[in-house]
Each structure stands twice: as C-alpha cells, then as structure tokens.
Design a protein around this ligand. Structure first.
Ligand code: HSE
Length: 428
C-alpha cells in the first residue's frame, strides 16, 4: 500500500474550491500519475457555514490556519489565502517550522518574504512551490526551473496581470475611457480587493520579481522593480499608439546586465502585430529567452478557478512524486545579491504632452530634449483644444532617466499645460 500525500488546504475561495474539485474528481488519475493517492485531510477558511458548492464533510475543519499548518496528519500545507502579512505569513511560517512542505499561490508573500521563507524551508528540508503565484495557469516556474534548466536565461518578459490587460484591450476595442472600463472590471469582479495591486502594477511586479530570482539565480528583489501602473493611460494614448502601429501593455521585463539587475513593470508600446501586441482580455503571456533555447512564448489564462487550481495541482503532483527543487531553483545560499541596474537599457519613447498654445512653446520643448541628448524621431501636433496644443513626440533611443530629467526641465519652462505621459517603446 503506497503512502498517501496528505494536504491541509487553507483558503477556500475560488482557487481553494478549484483544488478541492480536482482532487475529488480526478483521484484515480492523480494517483496513477504520481504513484500514490492524494488526499485532503483538513481545511481552513474564514467562514465554516458558507456553501461553496463542494462537499467538505470528509475533511477536518480548523478555524485557525496556523493550527491547520501544525497538524500531524498533513504533509503539505497549501496556502490559498493571500496577503503578505497576517494569517498567510503566520501559517506558512508555522507549517515550515513543523516540517511541512508548502504550496502557495501567494505572490505578495513570496515577493516580500521569499528569501526568509526559503531559508527557513531549506533549514528544515522542506520545499516551497508556487507555480500558481505567477501567471495563473501558465506553468512558467516549471518551465524555468526544469525545462530550461540547461540555459543561461538572458531575458524574461511578459504580461502578467490579466486585469490590466483586460482594461487596456477593452479601452482599445470599445473606445472607452479608463475610468469607465475600470468600473466595468470592478463590476465583473476582476479587481483585487485593493485595486491598486492590479492597476498600480504591484501584483505584476511581485510576479516579475519571483521569475527574475528563478531565472537569474538572484535573491528576490521586489524593491528593485521599476513600477508604474496603468492609471494614467488615456484613450488618447491608446488611439495614438494604435495610429503608430502599437498597442499599450503593462509589460514586465527582467534581465541581468553588466549594470545590474534590470526589472521593470511599466506600460509600454509594443508592436500591434507582435504576440504581446495581439494578447487580448485577461490572458497572460510570458516570453523566456535563453542562450540555448533562444526564445519561447507561453500564453494562457492568468487567473480563475480552473487555471489557478491547475497550477496548484502541478505542484501537488510534483511533491507527491518526490520532486524536491529549491524554492528559487538553486540552494538559497547560492542566490546572489544584485544591485538594481542604475540605468535601464535605452529605448525609444512615446511622449504625449499638452502645450500652452503660445509662440515658441514647441521650440522650447525641442530645445530641452536636445539639451538632455534626446533626439526626436517623429513629432506631430494635434487639433488645438482651447488654449492647449496636444503634441506627440517619438524619440530615438534614450534612457528613461534622461527623459525624466528633460520632463522636469520642461516643467520649469512654463510651456506644459499638464504632466506629459512618457511610455517606453519595446520593439519585441
Ligand atoms: N489580479 C491578478 C490578475 C490575478 O489580474 O492577473 C492573480 O494574480
């Protein structure tokens, strides 16, 4: 008789319920694939009485996830609560202290406390697996740690927040302003409880920092991610970008360069006909580049019951099979500390501004750009709106820091009617 793998599941929201359903419905298949039964011993959630549409009567109930984490009759603590402090952190730490393996979908927890948790897990001989934390149903962690293990990873890119991609593509397709589409996304239940996690780029930044660590063997450095949300993207930007042959995406890019670790999660223009440009709705896409494989593109649902439970189950099956990979792909002591890249790689930029419509205003802007070594590739002035003239400039390659300095200098010339919008152009 083979020994079952016994799970304690904390959190019975969308993902937790999805995991329970798969384990109940596919018991034979899972046992055949892993060589042992996978069983749920106990569960924990905020409300015991809520009808979740699944039968939980076979499982012990714990009100406190910390008590669940410490139970002698579980081998794996499955953390599906979320949040980087409070019960999720306390229970994960308790599970590791009790020698349990941990499977989590919690990107915030790992982005902020991943190093300490990985150290604790390694000291106890436990594993932490987190496929569901990054890009929902896309097995990107597995791709990096296993399928691409023979590569030096050179770059990781992607769209990793489905809500932002939904908002940006809906604005484009329906010609609707940001606020209206944001309200729609809210009504559809797409937004995190704190919407800034989505539209502020934080959720996607957490995910990128985890992928960077695995890709480059570096300590998780969420603090080093250059973050910018999509809140300032207007329908005008969407339309101007489309006219230029681009789409606007909240794009993550990570690469280890001679200047340090470059990690950015910012709205960018990408070619409309590129795989990233064609990504619509809540779908995610991750592009992985390695010296041997060259480039692979993974595309799939970034959230939702089935896709996220699918990712959790991949980890459950790996643990059941006895696969024990270090949290971030190499032993925690081998993870390197890196400096954030002092200056990001140069790129062309899209610069939209409203100028006060007076003689010499445009000349002043052009002069300031020249003073900061920024060369103009294309420029056009749109229909005047009262006393303001909308101006769009596409620069030649420059560094974001130089552009920021130029924008600050423009502000002091008194010709700007509002803050310019500057977006990197990634010709991916
Ligand atoms: N809020 C996330 C997204 C889902 O929209 O992609 C899980 O991270």
């Amino acid at each position: 008789m083979t020994t079952p793998l016994r799970l304690g599941i904390a959190g019975l929201g969308t993902v937790g319920v999805g995991v329970v359903k798969i384990i109940r419905q596919k018991a034979n298949l899972l046992a055949a694939r892993t060589g042992r039964p996978i069983v749920i011993t106990a569960v924990s959630a905020r409300s015991r009485d809520k009808d979740r549409g699944v039968n939980l009567a076979d499982y012990a109930w714990e009100d406190d996830p910390v008590d669940l984490a410490k139970r002698d009759d579980i081998d794996v603590f499955v953390e599906l609560m979320g949040g980087h402090e409070g019960p999720a952190k306390d229970a994960t730490e308790a599970a590791i202290a009790a020698g349990k393996d941990v499977i989590t979908a919690n990107k915030a927890l790992l982005a902020i406390h991943g190093q300490a948790l990985a150290e604790a897990a390694e000291a106890k001989g436990c594993v932490i697996r987190f496929e569901a934390a990054v890009a929902g149903g896309i097995p990107v962690v597995k791709s990096l740690t296993e399928g691409l293990a023979g590569n030096d990873i050179t770059r990781v890119m992607g769209v990793m927040n489905g809500t932002c991609n939904y908002i940006l593509t809906r604005m484009q397709d329906a010609g609707l302003p940001y606020d209206e589409v944001f309200a729609e996304a809210d009504a559809l239940g797409y937004l995190e409880a704190d919407p800034n996690l989505d539209v502020g780029g934080i959720d996607a930044g957490h995910k990128l920092s985890l992928l960077s660590s695995i890709a480059f063997g570096t300590k998780v450095a969420f603090d080093g991610v250059e973050l910018e949300g999509i809140q300032r993207i207007s329908i005008e930007d969407i339309n101007q970008a489309a006219d230029l042959g681009y789409r606007i995406k909240l794009l993550g890019v990570a690469q280890l360069t001679g200047r340090g670790l470059e990690q950015r999660m910012t709205p960018c223009l990408v070619p409309a006909d590129s795989p990233l440009g064609q990504l619509t709705g809540g779908t995610n896409m991750v592009v992985l580049e390695g010296d041997a494989v060259e480039q692979i593109v993974l595309r799939g649902p970034g959230a939702g019951e089935g896709p996220t439970a699918s990712a959790v189950m991949g980890d459950v099956c790996d643990v059941a099979r006895g696969l024990r990979i270090s949290t971030f792909g190499v032993p925690v002591g081998a993870l390197e500390s890196t400096q954030p890249a002092q200056s990001n790689s140069p790129a062309p930029f899209y610069l939209r501004m409203a100028l006060l419509d007076r003689p010499g205003a445009l000349a002043k802007v052009a002069t300031v750009l020249g003073e900061f070594g920024i060369s103009i590739d294309r420029m056009r002035q749109g229909q005047h709106d009262g006393s303001e003239a909308p101006v769009l400039i596409v620069t030649h390659k420059t560094q974001r820091s130089a552009l920021n300095e130029a924008i600050a200098a423009m502000s002091s010339t008194g010709v700007l009617a509002s803050d310019p919008v500057a977006l990197r152009i990634e010709n991916v």
